[in-house]
Design a protein around this ligand. Sequence first.
Ligand SMILES: NC(=O)c1ccc[n+]([C@@H]2O[C@H](COP(=O)([O-])OP(=O)(O)OC[C@H]3O[C@@H](n4cnc5c(N)ncnc54)[C@H](O)[C@@H]3O)[C@@H](O)[C@H]2O)c1
Ligand SMILES: [Zn+2]
Length: 358
Amino acid sequence: MRTFRVELGRDAHPVHVGAGILERVGGLACDAGLKSGRAALITDSNVAKLYAPRVTASLKAAGFDVAVIEIPAGEASKSLEILATLYDRMTEAELDRQSVVFALGGGVTGDLGAFAAATYLRGIPMVQIPTTVVAQVDSSMGGKSGVNHRHAKNLIGAFYQPKMILADVESLATLPERAFREGLGEVIKYGAIMDEPMVSDLERDLEAILRRDLAALEWMVERSLKHKAYVVENDEHEGGLRKILNFGHTIGHAIEASAGYGKYLHGEAVAIGMVAACAMSRKFAGLAEHESERLETLIRRAGLPTSMASAHRSEDFVRALRLDKKRLEKQIEFVLIDRLGHAFTRKVPFDDIFSTLD
Ligand SMILES: NC(=O)c1ccc[n+]([C@@H]2O[C@H](COP(=O)([O-])OP(=O)(O)OC[C@H]3O[C@@H](n4cnc5c(N)ncnc54)[C@H](O)[C@@H]3O)[C@@H](O)[C@H]2O)c1
Ligand SMILES: [Zn+2]
């Protein structure tokens, strides 16, 4: 098991990454200073069957009295309605200020569980136990919690840091193939924006990762989370540095919105967005052609899409891009790279964006 800390002053917390560590969650929670007693294990209907018994047994052995709260699997559960049912279940379980919420599952469970913990009794301790690649390398860290509103994704939420993050890479074995590969988009992103040697290591180990070799997954998740920790430590509330995590996301979000939500998974749209961001980086930031080709090859080898087909010609795509929340009048703030491993933001006029994408 690999352990490090996210240094956030009073909100500093340990991160554990390893294989087969779900069984240790109870003991590790106590080591992190959490009081055993009443607790809730929030999990979704897929993950409950697979991993809740193991986690519950470990928590019980450490003295936690756990109520398991199951939500339906899927993005639709990140809603005010499901949140209301969580508060019902949490009061029924008589959780108090010292009780702990454990969120076991993907980003949906993590975002929702963290927001429930943030708001119940004005905030009770919570632990993230991510079980998807997206959650293990991204969403479990950084403290963004919340639910969707029918008018917008993630409209209602709060920053709320967990007391511990525990990522068991063995749990990724049961993830459906498409969901597994989707998460690799965000992994490749960390290499592209912060860590050129990580790109080389991914090139070397990609086959092992796709086979879900535990040692390969362990370094991949740890390295990704360490990069996210660095960014969050230096810019907890997204004032500046944290924006580089949006590499590939401006175009990615426009693809998701214009293709109709659900056609592309988020990580797939981001993969296409990263290739587009490379084209813009070549034009506006002097990125070398061979570096851009290296990244595109890696994305393709990971089984992710690299081309936006004719999507960018559609009216919907253009409209979605113009509506991007980062838009500033006639230009958009883009994350560009001038070489692999080094990113920055820059305002690019719409006309230049469209001429590059053509
Ligand atoms: N808070 C953040 O910083 C942040 C960052 C990125 C994404 N997100 C959010 O995360 C969500 C997406 O996360 P996700 O992709 O993990 O989605 P998810 O939680 O819906 O999980 C995807 C699917 O995989 C299933 N699953 C989870 N773990 C499994 C396992 N080990 N084996 C088999 N099946 C498993 C789930 O039941 C679900 O059907 C979105 O709501 C997004 O907004 C948040
Ligand atoms: Zn993303």
